[in-house]
Every structure is written in structure tokens, then in C-alpha cells.
Ligand binder design. Structure first.
Ligand code: HEC
Ligand code: HEC
Ligand code: HEC
Ligand code: HEC
Length: 232
């Protein structure tokens, strides 16, 4: 009897876990910094809103994507570049409209997590539990991204042809994507001052969905994500 109850409970727990994993949501992930979040390593004391840390419906700091944060200075970042790259990287600095710079408004380890500009309706500045307002550890990428995969560079048909081992560009989709035969869904490219098909953090990461941790577009099992763009 007791063990049947236990099995019943275990099954219920399993069903709950499966349901939670199936529902792609930012809720209770590390990107849910709301006071009630069960997945966050950093969270607020005084707001149970989730989107407010990054978005606002009105008076945004940056129109797209209704950004509610002050971004760090784009020119202070150093990006990856190498002589073997065929697409043209720019070592010194992001463009101000780079979606990757938006990620760095928390992942630079220097810009406050609670620094959302509008925190309506109560208006008070967001305070974080234990005063922990800065990312530390591995998720703090700093401002030197020369040891991180290249971002904020335009992927071009000429660059792909010269490389010879990259997936194909598809500009007929919204957003445009690139993909090899190893993935079903193309990996998205973004618009920035560098071009309409710029590779950014969001090409590999899905900020609102942790189904493939850590917030990845697809699994790293068998390096599927990498093989989605590189024919190696
Ligand atoms: C940690 C920061 C962060 C939080 C929190 C966040 N977003 Fe976003 N959101 C982004 C970024 C960055 C982009 C643009 C880049 C991208 O889509 O990868 C974006 C894009 C969007 C877009 C436009 C593109 C798309 O994916 O459809 C919508 C709509 C959106 N967010 C809605 C929401 C809502 C609703 C919430 C709260 C439930 C939320 N976001 C919470 C960072 C965040
Ligand atoms: C509002 C602040 C904020 C913004 C903006 C933000 N993040 Fe994060 N992110 C966090 C915090 C906080 C963590 C948890 C850090 C920790 O646990 O040390 C995190 C963790 C992560 C992780 C690691 C998750 C894990 O399981 O270890 C990834 C990957 C990530 N973020 C990617 C991104 C990308 C890509 C963007 C932009 C599209 C972005 N983040 C924008 C706050 C942010
Ligand atoms: C080419 C794909 C790719 C790009 C582009 C990319 N990431 Fe990642 N990122 C990954 C993968 C894969 C992991 C998990 C493996 C690992 O931890 O090394 C990861 C892990 C992370 C983590 C967890 C900490 C860590 O070091 O493992 C953070 C935070 C993160 N990424 C943020 C970002 C931000 C911010 C950007 C843009 C500046 C970005 N990523 C661009 C693929 C990418
Ligand atoms: C969204 C597509 C995409 C994904 C996913 C991706 N890459 Fe890349 N990667 C590129 C592009 C495009 C370049 C630039 C290649 C060039 O121009 O020669 C690049 C460049 C690189 C370089 C530098 C090459 C050089 O010549 O200096 C390395 C190394 C690399 N990627 C490894 C990886 C690994 C490992 C993964 C998986 C964690 C990964 N990439 C995932 C698109 C991607």
C-alpha cells in the first residue's frame, strides 16, 4: 500500500516535470528575476513582474525590442576576430543596435540587474535579494569578448562561399536564418548597423526559453547546435 502511494506520487512528480519541460516559457528560469521565481539565482525583493527587467510597453530606452534598460557603452567591448574568418568581423565595439549589446546590459557583470528604467505601477527602483545586483562567475562575460564566439558581424553569401564549410543563408524567412542539413529549423540572424543578416547571441540563444539549457536554440548533444551552421 505504502509503496503504491509512493509510486503514485513519483508518477505525478514525473508528469509535472514533463509538463513543465514541454511548456516553453521564461517563467522560473534564470531569466525570471521576479520575486516569486523558483529558478533564479538572482531575484527581486519588490516586484513579481517578469518582463519588466527587460521590456516596457511605453517610453522604452530603445524602440526595438521595447527595451527597458540602459545599455553599456557599445564601443568599450572587444569582439572576436581572426585572420581565418571569411565574413568580416569588427574587433572594436558593438553597434549600438546590436541585440548582443542588450544581453551585455546584464552579462557585463558591471550593469545592475535591477536597473529597469520603468518599474510601474509602483515606480520604486527594483531591489535585489541580498543586494546581489551584479552577475558574478561564468555568466559574467565582462567587456572583453575576444575569447567568445564572434558576434555582431554580417554573414554574407560571399563569406559563406569563401568559407566552404558553412550552412546556407535563407533571406526569404522572417527573421533570415542560416542552416545546414543537420537541423530542421534555421538559426536566426538579426538586423544591425552591420547588416540585415548579423550573427548575434540570439542566433545560438533563446532568451525566453530554457528547454535546451542554457537557453539554447537547440541541443548541444552531439554538438548539434554547432553543426547547425558549421559543416565539420
Ligand atoms: C532577460 C531579459 C528579457 C526578459 C526578462 C524578457 N525578454 Fe523578451 N526579449 C529579450 C531580448 C534580448 C529580445 C530580442 C532578442 C531575441 O528575441 O532574442 C526579446 C524579444 C522579445 C519579443 C520580440 C521577439 C520575439 O521573440 O517574439 C517579444 C514579443 C518579447 N521579447 C516578449 C517578452 C515578454 C512578454 C516577456 C515577459 C513574460 C519577456 N519578453 C521577458 C529579453 C527579455
Ligand atoms: C536582465 C538581465 C539579463 C539580461 C538582459 C540577459 N540575461 Fe542572461 N542571465 C541573467 C542572469 C541573472 C543569469 C543567471 C546568472 C547566474 O546564475 O550566475 C543569466 C544566465 C544566462 C545564461 C546561463 C543560463 C544557465 O543555465 O547557466 C545564458 C546562456 C544567458 N543568460 C544568455 C543571455 C542572452 C543570450 C541574453 C541576450 C539575448 C541575455 N542572457 C540577457 C540576466 C540577464
Ligand atoms: C555560436 C553559438 C553561441 C553564441 C553566438 C553565443 N553563445 Fe553563449 N553559449 C553557447 C553554448 C553552446 C553555451 C553552453 C556551453 C558552454 O557553457 O560553454 C553557452 C553558454 C553561455 C552562458 C553560460 C555561461 C558559460 O560560459 O557557459 C552565458 C551566460 C552565455 N552563453 C551568454 C552569451 C552571450 C551574452 C552571448 C553574446 C555576447 C552568447 N552567449 C553568444 C553558444 C553561444
Ligand atoms: C548561427 C550559426 C552558427 C552557430 C550555431 C555556430 N557558429 Fe561558429 N561561426 C559561424 C559563422 C558564420 C562564423 C564565421 C566564419 C567565417 O566567416 O569564416 C563562425 C565562426 C566560428 C569560429 C571561428 C573561425 C575562425 O576562422 O576564426 C569557430 C572556432 C566557431 N565558429 C566554432 C563554433 C562552435 C564550436 C559552435 C557551437 C558551440 C558554433 N561555432 C556555432 C556561425 C555559427
Amino acid at each position: 500500500m505504502r509503496s503504491e502511494v509512493k509510486i503514485g506520487l513519483a508518477l505525478t512528480a514525473l508528469l509535472v516535470a514533463v509538463t513543465a519541460a514541454g511548456a516553453a516559457s521564461i517563467k522560473n528560469t534564470k531569466h525570471d528575476l521576479s520575486s516569486g521565481s523558483t529558478g533564479a539565482t538572482f531575484k527581486a525583493t519588490n516586484t513579481d513582474q517578469i518582463c519588466v527587467f527587460c521590456h516596457t510597453p511605453h517610453n522604452a530606452q530603445q524602440d526595438i525590442p521595447l527595451w527597458n534598460r540602459g545599455n553599456p557603452t557599445a564601443s568599450t567591448f572587444t569582439l572576436y576576430s581572426s585572420s581565418s574568418m571569411n565574413n568580416v568581423p569588427v574587433k572594436q565595439g558593438f553597434t549600438a543596435d546590436s541585440i548582443s549589446l542588450f544581453c551585455m546590459s546584464c552579462h557585463d557583470g558591471a550593469t545592475g540587474l535591477g536597473g529597469a528604467v520603468h518599474n510601474d505601477p509602483n515606480g520604486a527602483a527594483i531591489a535585489m535579494v541580498g543586494g546581489n545586483d551584479l552577475i558574478t562567475g561564468e555568466a559574467n562575460l565582462g567587456t572583453d569578448l575576444s575569447n567568445d564566439h564572434p558576434v555582431n558581424f554580417e554573414v554574407t553569401p560571399a563569406g559563406i562561399a569563401a568559407d566552404g564549410n558553412l550552412g546556407a543563408l535563407d533571406t526569404g524567412t522572417n527573421p533570415p536564418t542560416m542552416k545546414t542539413g543537420d537541423v530542421t529549423n534555421g538559426l536566426p540572424l538579426f538586423k544591425s548597423a552591420r547588416g540585415a543578416t548579423t550573427l548575434e547571441c540570439g542566433s545560438c540563444h533563446k532568451v525566453h526559453d530554457n528547454t535546451d539549457a542554457p537557453f539554447l536554440r537547440t541541443t548541444m548533444a552531439g554538438s548539434k547546435l554547432c553543426l547547425g551552421c558549421h559543416k565539420k
